[in-house]
Design a protein around this ligand. Sequence first.
Ligand SMILES: Cc1ncc(COP(=O)(O)O)c(C=O)c1O
Length: 395
Amino acid sequence: MTTSPLEDRLSAKLAAQLQELETAGLTRRRRVLDSPCGRLANVDGKEVLNFASNDYLGLAGNADIAQALADGAMRWGAGSGASHLVSGHLAPHEALEKEIAAFTGFPRALTFSTGYLANLAVTPTLAGRGDAVFADKLNHASLIDAMQQAKANGADVQRYPHNDMAALEKMLAASPAAHKVIVTDAVFSMDGDLAPLPLLFTLAERYDAWLVIDDAHGFGVLGRQGKGSLGHFNLPASPRILLMGTLGKAAGVGGAFVAGSETAIEYLLQKGRSYIFTTAQPPAIACALSKSLQLIKDGDALRANLMARIGQLRDGLADLPLKLLASATAIQPLIVGDNEATVALAKALWERGLWVPAIRPPTVPPGTARLRISVSAAHTEADVTRLIAALKELS
Ligand SMILES: Cc1ncc(COP(=O)(O)O)c(C=O)c1O
């Protein structure tokens, strides 16, 4: 790589920090896929079994969804042309919002271009000066950034130890805040475990708090018809809940939604900066998502296969010296601990044609580097058998 003297001078500090990352073995590199997202990935002419994506139902490469996208583009064009509040809210966006509201059981939903933007809209809009935010320590980075924004707006923010309801209750009881907002992942993205949503809901009621739930990894996967974590726990679509779901994981396309009461969603629409100040997603994406939603609803067979593969993996790895975290979801983390050992194990799997990402600090706490095995409904029994055999051989 050649650099100019101007670049060298301007970027000296950046280059030094990049070098630090390199020295610590923390530089991240992208792999370029020469195939659609699916059970197999083609990378640099090599075919690997893909345990790295969040495509839990195997819908990312679904031909019917791709067709809906193509048809949508022919009917509605390539782009939306503006933000939703200016002129970018087209009929497919409106239809998708209604479909999501009906599916989740909330009165209203709002769609966003990404889950990151959806999370950035919710917490800082609900909580400002005089209010308080209570967030799980293991929440996703986008919720953490949202919490920091709420803090910048004057909210008191507190983080409770992971899933520790007693600690959370103490914080809620001690807080004099006018409005309280509890924020949690429903399925934790690096651990795969579930938040105790019924207990969180009880605390939210007891302390009259909002409950913001990020169901990025539960939507489409858990509950009847894949309605997500609320369905899994039989929780009501209460006005005190704001439910965020992403549409680029199990739904296989991209984007996100927030569902809630009429008033809360109208408030987000009027005040959510990451809703207002960004171009609406291309309408064809909404067309693809309408199709995806239908496949999710009708996807009991996909979910049954996913659950069978998860069970197979857990049974198969039960005797391994390395341990899987206690997760019943598609995210199955195998804890290795040491950073280098984790990377070495991922590399050895890769050499055997198995793509399982190594996750290291700062994404996870120090000493808990892991392989994050993502199981998908697209995987076959033989695929999971291959992964189990390789892990047994290597550990
Ligand atoms: C828990 C969680 N929330 C939010 C997001 C962000 O969603 P998106 O990828 O649509 O921006 C992700 C993953 O990317 C996630 O894992």
